[in-house]
Design a protein. Structure first.
Length: 150
């Protein structure tokens, strides 16, 4: 059986980070995803709003580095949940459980703040290596003198 979904869209709000009773991180957010084809008579693009849930490290990553309006790519699986509302009615909802969440905007647009990305950790001095504790002291910038084969 195969249950794999890949989506790209814009966050409709900042991700909401919560914790379960045993401390497991869970983040929820909604993606606005444009449809490629909306019908032969319609000139307006149609948009689907898809609920996404991320768990553990992915949840913490999403809540720390992603904000409303940002273009993101998500891969995961579809999950259908049955639940009972406060009036006792049976309800059903679909959501995507995210395995991976990626930046889909260009780095330049994030650095320039073109889409209202003004978090301190998204400034031009932001370094993913520093954020994740990687030691890059053994590496240095190389100058492109045109002799590189690529």
């Amino acid at each position: 059986m195969l249950n794999q979904i890949v989506l790209m869209g814009r966050l409709t709000r900042d991700p909401e980070l919560r914790r379960t009773q045993n401390g497991t991180a869970v983040a929820s957010f909604t993606l606005a995803v444009d449809r490629d084809f909306s019908g032969r008579d319609s000139v307006e693009k149609q948009t689907d709003f898809i609920d996404i849930v991320a768990w553990r490290n992915t949840a913490e990553f999403v809540s720390k580095y992603f904000i409303k309006g940002q273009l993101v790519a998500v891969s995961g699986r579809l999950q259908i949940r049955d639940w009972t509302d406060k009036d006792g009615g049976k309800r059903r909802s679909a959501e995507v459980v995210a395995d991976n969440v990626y930046f889909a905007d260009s780095k330049k647009s994030r650095e320039d703040g073109n889409d209202s990305f003004h978090r301190a950790d998204m400034s031009p001095s932001f370094s993913p290596a520093a954020a994740f504790g990687s030691d890059t002291s053994g590496f240095s910038e190389i100058d492109d003198d045109g002799d590189l084969p690529f």
